[in-house]
Design a protein around this ligand. Structure first.
Ligand SMILES: Nc1nc2c(c(=O)[nH]1)N=C([C@H](O)[C@@H](O)CO)CN2
Length: 120
């Protein structure tokens, strides 16, 4: 099983950053998320109850980000990955967390992490 459910460019307004001014204003991170998930049951039933509901995942991640206040994107990425795996029973995630505009000369910067065991 190598199926993936994904979310691309999810907007996550949050407090993030190491500098003083960054502790005062919300900035928008962008999240790309791949989640290992067997889509065969939902593919057969056409029932969202059999699916990994990407809407539910997105809503939960946005709520977590809205309530969080980390300094590093590394910490935020690690927490987001753990949340998805523990609350949605996802065995493996690949997560890219982008901070647009953090480096003037770059479109965005950030981290790309994988957590868990990807099913064969
Ligand atoms: N590896 C990282 N480097 C930096 C981070 C970070 O989260 N991880 N953060 C900053 C500042 O907050 C920066 O984004 C402000 O523009 C600098 N380096």
């Amino acid at each position: 099983m190598s199926d993936i459910v994904f979310i691309r460019a999810l907007q996550l307004p949050t407090i993030i950053g190491v500098y003083g001014w960054e502790r005062e204003v919300r900035q928008e991170l962008l999240l790309d998320l791949e989640m290992a998930w067997d889509i065969a049951p939902a593919g057969a039933s056409d029932d969202v109850a059999d699916a990994l509901d990407y809407s539910a995942v997105a809503t939960r991640l946005r709520a977590f980000a809205a309530a969080s206040s980390f300094e590093l994107v590394e910490k935020m990425a690690t927490e987001l990955a753990g949340l998805v795996m523990s609350e949605f029973s996802v065995p493996w995630v690949r997560l890219r967390l982008c901070k647009p505009g953090a480096v003037t000369e770059a479109r965005d910067v950030g981290v790309l992490i994988e957590r868990g065991e990807r099913p064969a």
